[in-house]
Design a protein around this ligand. Structure first.
Ligand SMILES: [Zn+2]
Length: 352
């Protein structure tokens, strides 16, 4: 099932996947296409962006960002604690991981009336935001990199066409995946602070490789379940880094969405050119602008301890083979001498 934009004024591209897989990069690349706008991880708006008054991708605090001020005005007559509490309560009520079975039933046309009403409320609240973003930015496609499969399904599910009409947006689902060994290595390292942060929530978290692999496998299982009722398009982070333009062009074709002539000029082989956007939350790389060399971060292939590497490989083996990852890769010579913190590394995009 897919939900085209023909019956809705705004089309949303939802990026689902595990953390440290490059979703901020993909979201910014897509948001730089003319007529597209990226909003970052919108799920964090009531969770951390509003309570902590975090930095927007444009460098302003959320409360001072001109775009988000206008969006709040259009959508709700201004942002307020009541609005944020309402968004947070709706998410807790229908869009958490534990709600996935009920959401899958709803997407298949089997739902309780009360659950249908809650999901409809959630979608209409988000629809106000998506439509306001489109109006304020002049975009017709909005990219939301909130990542969670259940949250994505809660926003995309449409048991009947009236859901799409009433919420005012169509939605496509993209599943961004990265080699889980690279993901595990990234989560195991302390990578510094979140530039977005307010007084708290300042550190990037760490997770052990085994836990990361188990969570990665669980999330991919959820994404596969979501992909039954909602058409989902997989993108490998490694392909995005190596061939940004071809990968994005291929994705747009699969989504049935076109870029204007020259709309992908910001993408080269192994490099992208990005300006600041109004994306919220996400990776610290959100604040890196200009021409950015993209280099596959294969440090894990050298530095992830052998025992942990075997464990992560074993826990994720079905997906490694299904997604075309080498079960026993060797680091390439070109990436073996790229120390973190060097000038070269700072110019290079890392999803960590
Ligand atoms: Zn902003």
């Amino acid at each position: 099932m897919s939900f085209g934009s023909s019956t809705a004024p705004v089309h949303v591209v939802y990026v689902g996947g595990f953390g440290r897989s490059g979703s901020t990069l993909l979201e910014r690349i897509l948001g730089a296409i003319p007529g597209w706008a990226n909003v970052g991880e919108l799920v964090d708006l009531p969770r951390s962006v509003w309570p902590q008054d975090e930095l927007c991708g444009c460098g302003e605090r959320f409360s001072a960002c001109p775009l988000w001020l206008e969006v709040g005005e259009i959508a709700f007559g201004g942002w307020s604690e009541d609005t944020m509490n309402h968004l947070a309560d709706l998410r807790i009520g229908v869009a958490r991981q534990r709600h996935l079975p009920a959401l899958l039933a709803l997407a298949s046309g089997r739902a309780r009336a009360s659950h249908l009403a809650q999901v409809r409320d959630y979608q209409q609240a988000y629809g106000r935001i998506y439509q306001a973003v489109a109006q304020a930015s002049g975009a017709s496609v909005v990219v939301d990199a909130s990542k969670g499969p259940a949250h994505g399904l809660a926003l995309a599910a449409a048991p009947d066409p009236s859901f799409v009409t009433d919420r005012g947006y169509g939605m496509s689902m993209v599943n961004l995946v990265r080699d889980p060994r690279g993901v595990a290595y990234s989560w195991s390292r302390r990578t510094g602070s979140r530039p977005q942060a307010g007084a708290t929530n300042t550190e990037m978290w760490t997770i052990s490789p085994t836990r990361s692999a188990a969570q990665w496998a669980a999330l991919q299982t959820e994404m596969q379940l979501v992909a039954r009722p909602i058409e989902s398009h997989r993108v490998r982070y490694e392909d995005l880094v190596a061939h940004p333009r071809a990968t994005v062009r291929g994705l747009l074709e699969r989504l049935g969405l076109a870029a204007v002539d020259g709309g992908l000029d910001h993408l080269e082989e192994h490099a992208v050119t990005l300006t600041s956007s109004h994306g919220l939350s996400g990776n610290p790389s959100r604040f890196r602008n200009g021409r950015i060399d993209l280099e596959l971060d294969e440090q894990w292939a050298r530095d992830l301890p052998a025992g942990e590497r075997r464990t992560v490989t074993a826990l994720t083996l079905p997906w490694l083979t299904a997604y075309g990852y080498d079960v026993r890769p060797r680091p390439s010579a070109s990436t073996s001498g790229n120390p973190q913190g060097s000038g070269a590394a700072q110019r290079t995009e890392h999803p960590s």
